[in-house]
Design a protein around this ligand. Sequence first.
Ligand code: ASP
Ligand code: MG
Length: 406
Amino acid sequence: MGLIVQKYGGSSVADAGCIMNVAKKIIRAYSKGNKVVVVLSAQGDTTDELIAKAMEISDRPSKRELDMLMSTGEQISIALMAMALEKLGYKAVSLIAGQAGIYTNAVHGSALIKRICADRIFKELDEGKIVIVAGFQGIDDHGDITTLGRGGSDTTAVALAAALNADHCEIYTDVDGVYTADPRIVRNARKLDEVTYDEMLELASLGARVLHNRSVELANNYRVKLVVRSSKNNHKGTLVREAGGMEKTVVKGVTYDTDIARLSVIAVRDIPGVAYKLFKLLADANINVDIILQSIGRDDTKDISFTVSRSQLSESVEVINRNLDYLGAKAVSFTRDIAKVSIVGAGMAAHPGVAATMFGALADEGINIHMISTSEIKISCLISADEVDKAVKAIHDRFNLGEAAS
Ligand code: ASP
Ligand code: MG
């Protein structure tokens, strides 16, 4: 007997049938004597549809009102789920963020959770109820509704698990867990039984889109045991936890990200402070920069290349073009025909030759590497976007990550 937080994503509660199916899963956990808190996302594509509705009225709606609108998707899910549980004979209560005591700052659209006052949740649990909480939303100190950013329900679930001191947090989704590669690209991709928080963070932010990366950071900080598993079957899923005791695998998985673009600032003066000026301008415009490469200078100039997400490309180009004189640069060029493939593994730092193996796999496929970046637990290469599938397969094969052929 314990306290469990379960989170179900939008595809798991997409219609009445899915909701009844999830209700039964919740009841199974509750019937084992657990206290159960459930976090839900909006049904199916509801959040996208709500945003589309807003866009019909205005292409720049106020962020406060957009949060007011977007948060309604989760409110629908939790009410329906509480009804489903009641219909099956169980006591349940649905709570939106203000009722559940999830307080955030006032940054609409990407609010951060500041504190959780869990009195109400504990009171309902003590009365034997299953508590259903709206994911993705919070309330600020003015009492206004905020949202945590797309995919934020995972973060709600982990934050609640931490605040309630839950035994673990189960994230239910439409895949069986975390894989060695995207199963849509690599047929023999293998589901991983365990990954470390660090590995999961890299996998999440490198495009493995199973978990919101803020949720993994939070789980790491508060040591919340996370389980990622499917809502459609009873398979075991993937456990995300601290590294202690786990054997450090050299390479855990191969990920890719096609949502990137590369910019090059050409012929900037080769003097101190130029990189500072450039990246300060971008930071001030809230542009997130990923891989950076500075060329060895020729004469007294050099080129600085870096990547951003595609949605921030045009703004980045504008910012730089406006400041060419200030930067002492000649021009800025860019391409969208670029993608990032990466390998991730906590044991990488201790094993020589991992990079060479990865580059060898790419070389044998005739794939050109444009930029490389490395950290303790990952190596990323920029390649042409149209070579992603080939690259992921080749690297996955070379490291023997797949299920053995039967
Ligand atoms: N419904 C929100 C979204 O689609 C939050 C979530 O699904 O986690 O972004
Ligand atoms: Mg969603």
